[in-house]
Design a protein around this ligand. Structure first.
Ligand code: NAD
Ligand code: IPM
Ligand code: MN
Length: 364
């Protein structure tokens, strides 16, 4: 039996996870399979209970599983701890690194019924917004050393290092080209090659890998221009590949073009296994949303769609994954809206986290 580890974490994490697990119950029944689940502590919740954001037993349970379904971590309560033991740097980043999850897929899709919720002009997304961001996740400035702070002549100095090995760029480029082959065969590589040495190597390497994928049309853009063009002509993108920090920033922008950060799921994958599946960590692209946590109003869709990606990439349950995505699209088409995607227009029904879960379950 397939095994998954559930790490709900902090803030809205447990609230949206509850809805994703109800959806998992329902697809297990509908498609007649069973997944062994075990829940473990991570992030601030783990600090409070054990003093450590990533307890060894959480890592061990995840090693024994086929995938991790992750909520979100962090919040004001833990922000004044030493950076290395805060939930983000002490749990989430080490999990990504430990499992070699170098490929972060973030599909930014504005559902046809949700164009109203997007802040961009309606005519710009009339033909749809459907962009896959392929973000490198275990390299770049997040992990480069040296990193830290010290004093120079009595003054505090802090530094981070943006560093890439060619092999790290090659493997993420292959993932992105392969994804483009399954879509419109257009790949945009985003870098800052006019300033950064790591971006010069990035661009060179992506151009080399392009020879393996002659059918894909490759283009390049500097990250500042890309941030602008996403708003100016959102309908013209297909697959975008970029380094860790640029992908972090651009994917939040893509989420908002789709209507809300609460709509954007993600899959963080390592090397493909012989059976074609991946070990992966699946999480909403957004965070623990402390401003709305505990109120039952968070949008559970990013978490539910992350479960969909888990079913697809780690368990090979394609039909179940398709059903989850279709049920979400149907609930949106039928007018159900959490606060983040509500526009107040006629035909909408404003709902909380659990009611959105109900609406999706009813359409499975
Ligand atoms: P955030 O993503 O938590 O929130 C940004 C804004 O988006 C907030 O207004 C929030 O209410 C809204 N939002 C996010 N998800 C939503 C949802 N599902 N439904 C409705 N609205 C939603 O970003 P932040 O405020 O910068 O960070 C808060 C904490 O989360 C920090 O500790 C940060 O480090 C952490 N964080 C964790 C992850 C993760 O665990 N993967 C990701 C991003 C941020
Ligand atoms: C994300 C988050 C994380 C990141 C943080 C919480 C470490 O913003 O998954 O997008 O920067 O990767
Ligand atoms: Mn982010």
């Amino acid at each position: 039996m397939s095994k998954i580890t559930i790490l709900s974490g902090d803030g809205i994490g447990p609230e949206v996870m509850e809805q994703a697990l109800r959806v998992l119950d329902a697809v297990e029944k509908k498609f007649d399979f069973k997944v062994e689940r075990s829940e473990h502590l991570v992030g601030g919740a783990a600090i409070d209970a054990t003093g450590h954001p990533l307890p060894p037993e959480t890592v061990a349970a995840s090693e024994a599983a086929d995938a991790i379904l992750f909520g979100s971590v962090g919040g004001p309560k833990w922000e004044s701890l030493p950076p290395e033991i805060q939930p983000e740097r002490g749990a989430l980043l080490p999990l990504r690194k430990h499992f070699g999850l170098f490929a972060n897929l973030r599909p930014g899709v504005c559902l046809p019924a949700l164009t109203d919720a997007s802040p961009v002009k309606q005519e710009l997304i009339a033909d749809g917004f459907d962009v896959l961001c392929v973000r490198e996740l275990t390299g770049g400035v997040y992990f480069g050393s040296p990193k830290g702070r010290h004093e120079e002549n009595g003054e505090p100095v802090a530094l981070d290092t943006m560093i890439y090995k060619k092999s790290e760029i090659e493997r993420i480029a292959r993932i992105a080209f392969t994804a483009a082959m399954g879509r419109k065969k257009q790949l945009l590589s985003v870098d800052k090659a006019n300033v950064l040495a790591s971006s010069v190597l990035w661009r060179e390497t992506v151009i080399e890998i392009a020879k393996e994928f002659p059918e894909v049309e490759l283009s390049h853009m500097y990250v500042d221009n890309a941030a602008m063009q996403l708003i100016r002509r959102p309908g013209s993108f297909d697959v975008l590949v970029t380094e860790n920090l640029f992908g972090d920033i651009l994917s939040d922008e893509m989420a908002m073009i789709s209507g809300s950060l609460g709509m954007l799921p993600s899959a963080s994958l390592g090397q493909q296994k012989d059976d074609g599946l991946y070990f992966g960590l699946y999480e909403p692209s957004g965070g623990s949303a402390p401003d709305i946590a505990g109120q039952g109003i968070a949008n559970p869709i990013a978490q539910i769609l992350s479960l969909g990606m888990l079913l697809r990439f780690s368990l090979g349950k394609t039909e179940a994954a398709d059903a989850v995505e279709a049920a979400v699209a149907k609930a949106i088409a039928d007018g159900f809206r959490t606060g983040d995607i509500a526009t107040g227009k006629a035909g909408e029904q404003k709902v909380g986290t659990a009611e959105m879960g109900d609406a999706i379950l009813a359409r499975l």
